[in-house]
Design a protein around this ligand. Structure first.
Ligand SMILES: [Zn+2]
Length: 415
């Protein structure tokens, strides 16, 4: 499977200028190609777009500066646009799993910038430096080793002005020893995660802590004249705060998901209607601040990497209403009720732990009822797509290179 490895680097002033030029060219080619696609009745081919937006454009007066940068990232920009369109159409036809994909958009000078180089455009040297075509050598901070020779690299400048190299590397999933343990995970607002073995994890809620400061910065930004230098600076301060929030959240999610994957062979999660819940205005910020969706993606990816089984049970499963001891259904419970007593067997339940156990059971039942001829517990033997029974469970494939390329490294795979 493919994974991304991301490293920060600090370009020299000269390199920063060259990178700005490169990002600009990549952006212009993307925007020109996108405009062309929007005008055309039938989507032009990759070759056609390359010819018109790169080769022929170089001869035009207003685009002659395209000659000054390496052609590799420009070709990639056109190719990426093709992938973006494919993802959009696949999503439209229901061929693509996950969130709905929108039409590709025009890129702005003020947002995150990136350029992708394939093997022709870069080289990782023995002395720890990385050669980038027409940019020169840069020295990333090797926070961990690259496991193999990368097939491509994306140069990123984020909104805060930080530079990163994000390598795509082919890795072999490591088969961790099967310890036959399984776990159900209930996601919530008070406690981020509650597991079926009774552990609770609090989320850092990084945005909530900084809300006051964020509001102040945003007010400050709104007062600045458009296009002024002070506005640019104010904007950067807001971006910096958001970056800090994102990093804190990602760090927590990575650590927790890695811990869960390390310790368990089967992981069962409830399929929450996150996008629906975010529409509830009272809850939306709190939920977005938690990062449920990212957490699920991390569990999915890491379970493939470590040969674990990851299951998602239907959101219609009455996990918080059913007694995990006797199976009695006690009816709907208000969110405020944290503890309840079963009317049938008298067991006292912590709401979340009870739900987590039910999630685990719902995930497990679909296993024993699956279509495999051998009876008993098939945990660990059942293939990744094993399913069946009356409980709807889905297992999800790893994110592949093409699906992550266009919005690269929201999550780099390892913490
Ligand atoms: Zn009971």
């Amino acid at each position: 499977m493919k994974a991304r490895y991301r490293y920060r680097f600090y370009p020299t002033v000269g390199q920063q200028q060259k990178l700005a030029q490169l990002f600009g060219c990549v952006r212009v080619v993307w925007n020109d190609a996108l405009a062309l696609c929007k005008q055309s009745q039938k989507l032009p081919s990759n070759g056609e777009l390359q010819k018109r937006c790169i080769t022929q454009a170089k001869k035009l007066e207003g685009r002659s500066w395209l000659k000054d940068v390496s052609v590799v990232p420009l070709q990639q920009s056109v190719a990426d646009l093709g992938v973006a369109y494919k993802n959009f159409f696949d999503s439209l036809k229901g061929k693509r799993k996950g969130r709905k994909v929108n039409l590709p958009k025009f890129k702005k000078r003020t947002s995150r910038q990136s350029a992708r180089l394939t093997q022709r455009g870069f080289r990782v040297k023995n002395n720890g430096k990385v050669y980038l075509a027409k940019i020169g050598d840069v020295k990333p901070i090797w926070s961990r080793e690259l496991p193999a020779i990368p097939s491509s690299v994306t140069i990123i400048k984020d909104c805060e002005g930080r530079y990163f190299l994000s390598f795509v590397v082919e890795i072999n999933p490591q088969q961790r020893p099967n310890n036959n343990k399984s776990i159900g995970v209930d996601l919530g607002i008070t406690d981020f995660a509650t597991t079926s073995n009774g552990e609770k994890y609090k989320a850092p809620k990084p945005l909530k802590r900084r809300l006051k400061r964020l509001r102040k910065l945003q007010r400050n930004l709104a007062r600045k004249t458009k296009g002024s230098r002070r506005r640019e600076k104010a904007k950067k301060r807001v971006a910096k705060l958001h970056a800090k929030v994102k990093d804190t959240r990602a760090d927590f999610l990575h650590k927790l998901s890695t811990k869960i994957i390390r310790e368990n062979q089967t992981i069962v999660l409830e399929d929450l209607n996150v996008s629906g819940m975010v529409k509830n205005r009272k809850l939306s910020r709190a939920i977005s601040d938690l990062g449920w969706r990212d957490f699920r993606t991390m569990l999915e990816t890491k379970s493939v990497m470590y040969g674990r089984e990851f299951k998602v049970i239907s959101r219609w499963e009455p996990t918080s209403q059913t007694c995990s001891c006797c199976g009695f259904r006690g009816g709907k419970k208000e969110l405020g009720i944290r503890e309840w007593t079963c009317l049938n067997c008298g067991a006292v339940h912590d709401r979340d732990i009870n739900a987590a156990i039910n999630i685990l059971v719902a995930g497990g039942q679909s296993e024993t009822q699956s279509a495999f001829p051998i009876g008993g517990n098939l945990r660990g033997v059942a293939p990744l797509n094993g399913r069946g029974g009356r409980h709807k469970t889905t297992t999800v494939a790893a994110t592949c290179e093409t699906s992550t390329q266009l919005e690269p490294v929201q999550l780099s795979l390892f913490g």
